[in-house]
Design a protein around this ligand. Sequence first.
Ligand code: GLN
Length: 280
Amino acid sequence: MRLNDLLKLGTQELKNNSIENSSLDAELILSNTLKYKREKLLCNLNWKANKLQIRKFITDIKKRKNKIPVAYILGKKNFWKTSFLVNRNVLIPRPETELIVEYLLKISKFNSKNNILDIGTGSGCILISLLLERKNWRGTALDISKDAINVAKSNAKMQHVLNRITFVNSDIDNFSGYKYDLIVSNPPYINSSSIKNLSEDIKFNEPILALDGGYNGYSEIEKVIKKSAKLLKLKGKLILEIDHNQVLMTRKFLKKDNFYINSVLKDLRGLNRCIISTKF
Ligand code: GLN
């Protein structure tokens, strides 16, 4: 069967099942089946797939029809400049989270030295991306989920930064570390009652532990701020991802713990997404 016909078939299947980006998803799934880059697939649509490849493609299209996110089907997701391994134990890296990486690279010199803590590291995408760009930085990757720590470790190994990261499988409350220059975190910040409003892709597949921020959405944000106040060096920075409607309350929490608010960064949709503060 020609790749072009396979793509058409897959796209139609997804469209019939109300999958939004049906043709892009079919292309990504077929590229993955053939182990081609997407560009190579699109340039060779007259080539033929063998039986095994067709079978694998159909199986993966079925998964997507059942709302499994493409990143979990492929087992990987691009973030910043790298492809990260992902599975259902970790949140899929989001483009808005790249704001944290972009900001820290902008304010730090290439040969600077920093010790950084990533609270709720998940796949490790934030910390690993930073360490790849700053050879003298070291970090601690903290996560309550043992399975997430294992994914982060695999990613660190693949990116050759394993020896610069300390992995800690712990709850934030029970963690006590050294003093850090920087703390980053993309904590769960969606309020429990809103989880049901998320898309099926997210709510039935991604780890609820990484999304659910308690009854008002602030339970983990508050913990991260309180703990960071203790763990940061004087003038150390906390870079926190939040939801766009959480700026006001988060500012209050930060001020209560003696943080000065430097700025709030907007994501690609123009929504407030990231709050930068300094410990005094
Ligand atoms: N940005 C994610 C979403 O919209 C939520 C991430 C989080 O809770 N930390 O699904």
